[in-house]
Ligand binder design. Structure first.
Ligand code: HEC
Ligand code: HEC
Length: 345
């Protein structure tokens, strides 16, 4: 048990001493004074327990990462950043999923730009923590990273290669890859598509963020500020966790938000995958991890700032309207979900 856990107990033990010495009043209403002192002391700890139970901290390793050797991860990273693997030899995965500086794998565009600058129809999601997702893409059309990894190479609005054999030809054309594949996959050393999938996924699974919120949930009551705690309290009270659930704060539940805003008629969301009428304009609830670093927001990138995104969410689905002060608090809390190594905007 961490030292911080003893703080309330210690303070409780000190209570009679404080009273005896006039530090806390003993006369009238002493029991309500006690209650007040107690609830102030315990509030932070209650919140910690509730956040642990309803949200939780992100595990330190992604599921199914046991055999992700450092050689596989390094190969995946190299392929991810290699712009010779696209039709125009300019674009790589990291053109849209930027990882430099404060970026967590997004591109700052409303919707992504393809090989020839043409706009795609959806906002690029972060690729941090994707190893924890069980539904991939805004419409959940894939359920694991391996099944996703080759698609962008041959997608005409992404890297636009003619076929996956074109990808193999390009990998074979660079002499360094034969050694790297052999090192990463000693049991099947030749350059092959299954190894491309495995190594890219291994690299993605290694991108795990660690935030001050995780430190708070894991026992450090001082890891987030009072304002951020108030925001967290609101986040829990306003039932944001109904959809933004689990330690990912989202990423699993499919929802159509009742909205006065118009949907792009060319993007039918989950309906495109299931063909079920009720899935029209249904999208996956995004994970809120690193959300302060991933503007613009929503599947179509139609919302530019985090304040606006929070205001809109509350319009869509809320027990009550929230005040501007509460928007500020919620945004403060959301900022505590950013990876510690990345500065918030
Ligand atoms: C042209 C920009 C672009 C390029 C290049 C690109 N992506 Fe993406 N990526 C996107 C967009 C946009 C989406 C969301 C698409 C959707 O949901 O339909 C996405 C989604 C993803 C997801 C799913 C994330 C989630 O939250 O479900 C992963 C993983 C991913 N890309 C990895 C890659 C890899 C690996 C490459 C290179 C092989 C790559 N991307 C190349 C724009 C791009
Ligand atoms: C009914 C389920 C539901 C509830 C409740 C909910 N959200 Fe959302 N949230 C979503 C969905 C779905 C999206 C994506 C909508 C889209 O792209 O069209 C979203 C998007 C967001 C975004 C933008 C994230 C991004 O990466 O684009 C933020 C921020 C957000 N929600 C915060 C909140 C807050 C704060 C609350 C509580 C006040 C809340 N949400 C309550 C389902 C929900």
């Amino acid at each position: 048990m961490r030292l911080s856990r003893f703080v309330p107990i210690l303070l409780l033990l000190l209570l009679p001493f404080c009273k005896a010495n006039g530090i806390l009043p003993t006369e009238n209403n002493s029991s309500s004074q006690d209650n007040l002192a107690l609830s102030i002391l315990l509030a932070g700890f209650d919140l910690q327990e509730e956040a642990k139970r309803k949200i939780g901290s992100l595990p330190l390793a992604s599921p199914r990462s046991e055999s992700d050797s450092k050689e596989k991860i390094a190969l995946g990273e190299k392929i991810f950043k290699d712009n010779s693997l696209s039709l125009n030899s300019v674009q790589s995965c990291s053109t849209c999923h930027l990882l430099t500086g404060r970026n967590v794998g997004t591109d700052g565009q409303a919707t992504s730009l393809g090989t020839f600058g043409q706009a795609g129809k959806r906002n690029t999601p972060t690729i941090f923590n994707v190893g924890f997702l069980e539904t991939i893409f805004w419409d959940g059309r894939k359920s694991n990273l391996e099944d996703q990894a080759l698609l962008p190479f041959v997608d005409s609005s992404e890297m636009a290669l003619g076929s996956t054999s074109d990808l193999l030809t390009r990998l074979n054309a660079k002499s360094e890859y034969s050694t790297l594949f052999a090192k990463a996959f000693p049991e099947s050393p030749s350059i092959q598509l299954s190894s491309v999938k495995t190594s890219i996924s291994a690299f993605e699974r290694s991108l795990i963020s660690r935030s001050r919120f995780d430190d708070f949930v894991d026992g450090n009551p001082y890891a987030i500020s009072l304002e951020e705690k108030e925001g967290l309290r609101l986040f829990l009270n306003l039932n944001c966790v109904d959809c933004h659930n689990s330690s990912m704060l989202g990423g699993s539940k499919f929802v159509k938000l009742d909205t006065k805003y118009t949907y792009n008629p060319n993007d039918l969301g989950r309906f495109e995958v299931t063909g079920i009428e009720a899935d029209r304009f249904v999208f996956r609830t995004p994970s809120l991890r690193n959300v302060a670093l991933t503007q613009p927001y929503f599947h179509d990138g139609s919302v530019r700032t985090l304040d606006e995104a929070v205001r809109r969410m509350n319009e869509y689905n809320s027990p009550r309207m929230i005040t501007e002060r509460e928007v500020t608090l919620l945004v403060a809390f959301l900022k505590s979900l950013s990876d510690r190594s990345k500065a918030n905007f």
